[in-house]
Design a protein around this ligand. Structure first.
Ligand SMILES: [Zn+2]
Length: 313
């Protein structure tokens, strides 16, 4: 997880943002972007692309009568409650995942919830231009969003430069943006707090519209011409290393457990989200997993009754 708190527009006047966010700096191309050396560790990336991404420690979710999106909603709302101290009740949400859902909250800020299943890795075998899908969603959100609203959206990987540039642009629109890797979606989620209304919005709207018009299934963006600070590049690179290692470890774990055992992983996850509640008193009954990976050899224990995971070094 990392935060981008942008003070960009406090420091620069609107005329200089006009120079920074300039459609003339956009470069389009007929091939999708390659990962950028400034954003990834190349050796880990080479390993990463060979890993089978269909491994899923939460595949037990398919046994639930609630959808994947439901769990993502609860996860993100709990995240907002904890990080931002907002009082939100997810029972207020009417969920329709074909569209962007807006929770109109009379007492606090509205939440715009935009989890687009076209962006789910399994659905999108590079048939669609994911960047273009995000751009299109942003144009719809622009029309709906009001000052101080919160936006939750699933986002692209941060391996390529244009994806990182677009993140910087989105961060200019909000007071604070938090990026975290959602394990049940296996995707980045952006939680954007307090939409700001200022002169920059129009410049960004025109810019995004320009990208939308010029990209399609076969035309991609190579660069948006946005300068990214070295500290931010380094932060994103470390974040990507965390994701590569996550998949690497996941592969080791999944090879050692069967579908029934995944119930415990899933329930451990829902417990951490407070979806299911347990008393603190438990006479643990452990199942042991030997998880081998290249760095260490750990034994994990999951309690069959309370779903806590323990790791003994
Ligand atoms: Zn227990």
């Amino acid at each position: 997880m990392f935060k981008i708190k942008n003070e960009f527009d406090n420091q620069i006047s609107c005329s200089s943002s006009r120079d920074i966010i300039n459609t003339d700096n956009c470069v389009f191309t007929s091939t999708s972007s390659r990962p950028s050396k400034s954003l990834i560790d190349c050796d880990l990336y080479k390993e990463h692309i060979k890993i089978n991404k269909n491994y899923d420690e939460f595949s037990y979710i398919k046994n639930q009568n609630k959808s994947l999106e439901y769990f993502v909603l609860i996860e993100t709302i709990n995240f907002i409650k904890n990080k931002f101290n907002e009082e939100i009740n997810y029972d207020d949400f009417s969920i329709s995942f074909d569209n962007i859902t807006i929770n109109e909250n009379a007492n606090s800020n509205n939440i715009i919830y935009c989890i687009d299943n076209q962006l789910f890795e399994k659905n999108n075998d590079k048939k669609e231009n994911s960047f273009n899908i995000i751009i299109n969603n942003l144009l719809v959100i622009f029309k709906e969003i009001n000052e101080n609203d919160i936006l939750i959206m699933n986002y692209l990987n941060l391996f390529t430069y244009p994806n990182a540039e677009l993140l910087i642009i989105i961060s200019l629109l909000f007071e604070k943006v938090i990026i975290y890797f959602c394990k049940i979606l296996k995707q980045n989620i952006l939680i954007c707090k307090n939409y700001k209304k200022n002169d920059l919005n129009n410049i960004i709207y025109v810019f995004i519209k320009h990208i939308y018009k010029n990209t399609n299934k076969n035309i991609y963006i190579r660069q948006l011409g946005i300068f990214i600070d070295n500290n931010i590049l380094e932060t994103i690179k470390n974040y990507n290393i965390y994701i590569f290692n996550y998949y690497k470890n996941l592969q080791d774990i999944i090879l050692n457990i069967n579908f029934q055992d995944k119930e415990y992983f899933f329930k451990n996850y829902t417990k951490r989200l407070n979806i299911i509640k347990f008393s603190n008193e438990c006479c643990h009954e452990f199942i042991e997993y030997n998880i081998l990976n290249s760095n260490n050899n750990n034994n994990y224990f999951i309690c069959k009754k309370c779903y806590d995971i323990f790791c003994i070094y």
